[in-house]
Structure formats: C-alpha cells, structure tokens
Design a protein around this ligand. Structure first.
Ligand code: ZN
Length: 281
C-alpha cells in the first residue's frame, strides 16, 4: 500500500501515527471485494461499493434522506419510547439498554416520516438496525400502525424499509402481538386500495419477515440482503439437510418467487416512484 502512505495528508500533520489515523478515516475496505474505497465516493454512491456493488448497511435517517425529495421530511411520534411492560431483566436490564440508546439519540427501532417522493406525498417507516437489532416491540407496532392509519386517512402510499432481527424478546408476547396488530392495519390499507411497498434490506428476519415485510403490494429487496424467518443453522438442524448456495439471500428468494424484484440502492427511489405511478395514476 505504498501509494497510500506516499499521499500527502490533507492538513499539516505530525508523525507517521497521525498520518495513519487521518487516512484511516478517508478510506474504507470493502467487506465483499476487499478493495480500498474512498469514503466520499462511497457516500456519493449511496454506500454501495463502486467496485463490486456490495451494499453497505445504512441507518434509518440516511435511508429517509435518500428517498424523500431534497432529504426533507416530517417525523411523527419522535419521542415515543418503550415503558418496559414486563420489567425485563436479562444480562443487562432492558431499561438500561433503552437508556443507553436514548444517550445515542435513538428512541426506538423505527423512524416514521411523511414527505414527497418524486413530488408524490408518501409515508415512509424506516427501521433502525442499531436500536437493539432493529427489533419490533410495542413502539414499532404503534408507530407503524399509526403510519398505516395516516396512509388510509390521507390516501398517501406507504413504504416500509425493513432491517431487523425480528420481534423484541424483552417485550415477550406483547411484542408478538404487534405482528397481528400491524397485519390487521395493513389489511385495512388493502381494503382502502392505498398501495404499500415493502423494501427488505440486509438483514430482515424473524417476526418482521413473518408479518409486514412480506405483505407489500410489492415486496422488493436490495441485492445480497439476508431475508428469512429462522436462521440457516436452525433450519439445517431441524430438517437435517444441507442448505443450497445463496439460501435466504435476495437473489435466491426472487428466483423462488418470494420477492417481486431485487433493486440496487441507487435505483430504489426511481423504482418506487415508477411503481407508485403505476398503482395510483
Ligand atoms: Zn466491493
């Protein structure tokens, strides 16, 4: 990596150590192809590797900025937070985990927002994987249900971008109830004939896959995303068979009829926009 160290640091620098630290922040090694990518190029390419097309995970706020026109949107129920209904204590009390997340500026694993997408008003819920694995508890259930109700009332299409490990075990059965609650709300959305597009990103598993993520009028995924209910190890142990290559990845699911399309992130907004035009106009 001689070219790397020969490069002059952006500002006056001290010793070799400092130069190393500065370059570390500017460049990134792709998890898939191991090529060194300039962080700015990656940002311009919506966190997709320009060499191999690997989709880096992005957070909910970045997702909303990419989808809404000019990155402008109105956030709903920003302060809604879990009350820890079971008083759950594991290795670390649930209340402490929630408090640690609040310190990072996160209140729950979903951001619900409204705004224009190619000029069309829509509601988008984006799941936040950083918040306890994007898990679904009472707050996610309530926020998504309200987004669905908002979509029915205003007749604005709904888009949910999933990234989740499934139901939140710290909320037990109360968490599982959210699968039913959201699914029922989506049925009412269907009856009202307002379109719902589900976008599945890496990873979408468990109770989220088993409910709203697979209930879209269109279910589309990003390339290479892990999508499933149980993990591959559990399945192999249960059916006592070796699983095929690429099992539970977007491309495999598309081939076997579980998805309607696999869409690259840079094309996602225009794909959703064209689909909504087809459904609504
Ligand atoms: Zn790559």
């Amino acid at each position: 990596m001689a070219w790397f160290t020969r490069k002059k640091p952006p500002t006056e620098a001290g010793g070799e150590g400092e130069r190393h630290v500065r370059t570390e922040g500017l460049w990134l090694k792709c998890e898939s192809c191991s090529q060194i990518v300039w962080r700015k190029t990656l940002e311009e390419n919506l966190q997709v590797c320009p060499q191999c097309g690997f989709h880096f995970r992005i957070d909910a706020a970045a997702r909303l900025q990419q989808l809404f026109d000019g990155g402008q949107f109105e956030i709903h129920e920003p302060g809604m937070a879990s009350t820890d209904p079971l008083n759950f204590v594991d290795a670390k009390p649930y209340k402490e985990r929630l408090a640690a997340m609040v310190k990072q500026g996160l209140r729950d694993a979903v951001i619900s927002a409204s705004g224009p997408l190619d000029g069309r008003p829509v509601n988008i819920c984006a799941l936040e994987l950083k918040f306890i694995g994007g898990s679904m508890g009472t707050v996610m259930g309530e926020k998504i249900t309200r987004a669905v109700e908002r979509s029915i009332e205003r007749r604005h299409p709904l888009i949910i971008v999933s990234a989740s490990g499934g139901a939140r075990m710290q909320e037990g059965a109360v968490s599982l109830m959210q699968l039913v609650k959201i699914s029922q709300a989506l049925m009412r959305l269907d009856e009202a004939q307002v379109p719902y597009i589900s976008v599945l990103t890496d990873p979408t598993t468990g109770g989220v896959t088993a409910s709203f993520a697979m209930l879209g009028d269109l279910n589309i995924a990003e390339p290479g995303a892990l999508i499933g209910f149980a993990g591959p190890r559990v399945i192999e142990q249960t059916i006592r068979q070796k699983l095929p290559e690429g099992f539970q990845r977007s491309e495999f699911l598309l081939k076997h009829g579980f998805l309607d399309a696999v869409v690259k992130r840079p094309d996602l907004k225009s794909y959703i926009s064209a689909s909504l035009k087809f459904f609504c106009d």
